[in-house]
Design a protein around this ligand. Sequence first.
Ligand SMILES: [Zn+2]
Length: 300
Amino acid sequence: MRIFDPHIHMTSRTTDDYQAMYASGVRALVEPSFWLGQPRTSAGSFTDYFDALIGWERFRASQYGIRHHAALALNPKEANDPRLREVVELLPRYLGKDGVVAVGEVGYDSMTPEEDEVFARQLELAREFELPVMVHTPHRDKVAGTRRTLDVVRESGIDPAMVVVDHLNEGTVDLVADSGAWMGFSIYPHTKMDEPRMVEILRRIGTRRVLVNSAADWGQSDPLKTSSTGREMLGGGFDAAAVHTVLWENPVAFFGQSGRLVLDPIPGFEEDDASDGSGAPDASGALFEGNSVLRGERVR
Ligand SMILES: [Zn+2]
């Protein structure tokens, strides 16, 4: 299984996770910027965060054989803090950079007027920079939130093929299917979508325009939910080609619209599809701005 996790927050994860992800078949990912749990109080915190996503985290992933890409935006929750509004004006400085393949996560949290304004402005930026957009749908009031999201997308004039609406479930998938946007599903350990429900949805709607992600972050989540969904598909009667479409070709097609995906294997890591766990990499002592992921010298 060759896997592209189109939505995962690696900043919140460990090097053990990177090793396990590689062993499970993950070779590329997109890390969208998001809320960190602790509210930020100034725009400067965002510039440091964005720099880390396109700098240090990209380097860290490369040490484990995984191609890292970022999606940048002011997240819906923090769009409500007037102190952070200038983040939207800082974004153009970042959206042209290497490794930035989308605007995201944008969308609604509590559906306030502030969120409306920031969402619409960031859709405009996506059009301006010709980048795909990753749209988060609220966990409460999901159907109403998804409807409103699709209205705003339509009004923005952006091509729906450039938009993925994420965190969908059985109640919202059809709305998004009809809109022409891509359908994103986050597979979680205990809540929301799980692997058997995902396979049921795939059976009903097919594999077109579907992205499956782990959305793993600092909360209860699992960075291996992409491979477990692949296995569930195989056990549920899908063939390897269908799994490859969902877990690799679809995210490559969607984020490839940025023109900025880099997918060739990282030097030192083999180009193979083997994911039996035997290929789990060990980090080299390479440096990023003078620092490596190692702690002290390696014991030989
Ligand atoms: Zn997320």
